[in-house]
Design a protein around this ligand. Structure first.
Ligand code: GLY
Ligand code: MN
Length: 503
């Protein structure tokens, strides 16, 4: 039975808040402040690129109101949040990245054959409110100062409005409106409600249940797919950002190499590997695009090993899969596998060079016009040949490559490539016919990351292989005539890796 006397749960901090609430205090803290900086910035470099992307979306959906939320902050526990990150679809179409005001929403409203673009966001609260000092979720004292609408408008080259005005904008939508679904569940619910209402309101404004509403969810999902596919080919700004992200990642790898004495000395050396890489990212003003994988010894056989709590021992390989993400959100995704003591053992070198040959074979076929999946096939031909040559497969490489066999995949269960950009696994909603079965175009950026992983308890391989895991991952740009390995500057042949470690 419901408890009639139950009161709503207190705010997470109500049991420990010491913030004064008296009018005397509110008046006092609300006074004697300098004017806020209302200087108008120059448009950011990506503003015209984001505008061009919006035009492409507008052409795809000429008649629909399009709603693209950045998403709200996500709770980690109680009143602490995860670091905020706007949805990549929002970032792509606004150019707003790490400085996005949480909860912002881009609305494209059809007009004159195109769309008007407006970003709605929570404006700074006045000092006469208690928000700025007393609200730990959004208050200026707690999460920082928010820009003014005029500043954001100039910065992004977009119209802006306060979040309060979004209600009016939503009242005006009809049932053909589309939202990037599941980014902001509260907003999606409101838009669903508004669409049902609009669908059932006749021309005279009378509500009548006319028919079942349209399949909104399907239309929204198609929209998410289209936004994802729009990112398959990167523009000039994006390619420049990818180069910067790769260069920043290279600095992190160099730091890890230099920090080997501390890594070896620590009982959880993997933590030092992660910490050293991530420290370089932060020291350069950046962050990481995904949790760093620092996997020593047999941990390298665990594909997404992010616990990073193991030791790093001389004689081990350390697999470091890490990528720096810039303020714009573009990220690198690079893996190197290094012999901790500076020299590969004979077996480690054999495995390493096989993976490197697979990566090279894949890279050498990349050019516009081939299919994405051919990159994987080129790598797998080498992986099958090598594992067959070493007597690991129950048959020849040709037999293993048959679709129903694939014995070599026991040692590399993941794919060879994924698109890369704003998300480490970019364009994830793109259709298979444009992704795995898609045809490569200049401007695409993806990884080539073959590996070989011999689990420590795998009885199908001789003992010398067990516990060895190797992955080499590079970030590849498709060019007009072929491909460029953006991360070629980070040593990758066994000889070059050994020379790097000795330097
Ligand atoms: N770098 C992690 C992955 O590609 O899954
Ligand atoms: Mn990857």
């Amino acid at each position: 039975m419901a408890d009639e006397t139950a009161v709503p749960a207190p705010r997470a901090t109500a049991n420990r808040s010491t913030t004064p609430v008296s009018g005397t205090f509110t008046d006092y803290i609300g006074s004697n402040w300098a004017d806020r900086d209302d200087s108008i910035p120059e448009p950011r470099e990506q503003a015209p690129f984001a505008a061009a992307r919006r035009r492409r979306v507008s052409e795809l959906y000429p008649a629909a109101t399009l709603i693209i939320p950045a998403g709200a902050s996500k709770v980690r526990s109680n009143d602490t949040d995860y670091p905020y990150r706007a949805h990549s679809g929002f970032a792509h179409l606004t150019g707003w990245g790490s400085d996005t005001v949480p909860g912002s929403v881009l609305v494209l409203t059809p007009r004159d054959g195109g769309h008007d673009a407006t970003v709605y966001f929570r404006e700074a609260a006045g000092r006469d409110s208690d928000e700025f000092y007393a609200n730990s979720d959004i208050g200026e004292f707690w999460t920082g100062r928010r820009p003014t609408p005029r500043q954001v408008a100039a910065d992004l080259g977009l119209a802006t409005a306060g979040l309060g005005e979004l209600d009016t904008a939503l009242e005006g939508i009809d049932s053909t409106a589309i939202i990037l679904r599941d980014v902001d569940s509260a907003l999606t619910e409101r838009v669903d409600h508004a669409r049902v209402l609009a669908h059932n309101t006749d021309d005279n404004g009378n509500f009548a249940f006319l028919a079942a509403p349209g399949p909104f969810e399907q239309v929204d999902m198609d929209f998410a797919r289209d936004l994802s596919e729009l990112r398959l080919v990167k523009d000039e700004f994006e390619v420049a950002q990818m180069r910067l992200a790769v260069a920043a990642t290279a600095r992190g790898f160099d730091d890890v190499i230099a920090d080997r004495p501390a890594i070896l000395a620590h009982p959880r050396g993997e933590r030092i590997v992660e910490g050293t890489f991530n420290r370089r990212a932060r020291a350069d003003g950046n962050t990481v695009g995904y949790d760093t994988i620092a996997a020593a010894g047999e941990h390298a056989c665990i594909l997404h090993w992010t616990r990073n709590d193991g030791p790093v021992r001389a004689g081990d390989l350390i697999l470091l899969d890490a990528g720096v993400e810039l303020d714009s959100y573009y990220t690198a995704d690079i893996t190197r596998t290094l012999p901790v003591n500076g020299t590969f053992s004979e077996t480690q070198r054999r495995v390493y060079e096989a993976v490197r040959e697979a990566a090279d074979a894949a890279f050498h076929i990349v050019r516009p016009g081939i299919r994405f999946r051919e990159v994987h096939q080129a790598a797998m031909a080498v992986i099958a040949a090598k594992t067959a040559e070493w007597g690991l497969l129950p048959g020849s490489a040709e037999e293993s490559l048959q679709p129903d066999n694939q014995f070599h995949r026991r040692y590399m269960v993941h794919g060879t490539s994924h698109h890369l950009g704003l998300d480490v696994h970019d364009c994830a909603q793109a259709r298979r016919e444009l992704y795995l079965d898609g045809v490569l175009e200049a401007g695409m950026v993806f990884t080539i990351e073959p590996g070989l992983y011999f689990q420590p308890d795998d009885l199908s391989v001789p003992a010398e292989y067990r516990g060895i895991g190797v992955r080499i991952e590079d970030d590849i740009l498709v060019t007009d005539s072929g491909a460029e390995n953006l991360s070629i500057g980070i040593p990758r042949t066994a000889d070059d890796v050994e020379a790097w470690l000795k330097a």
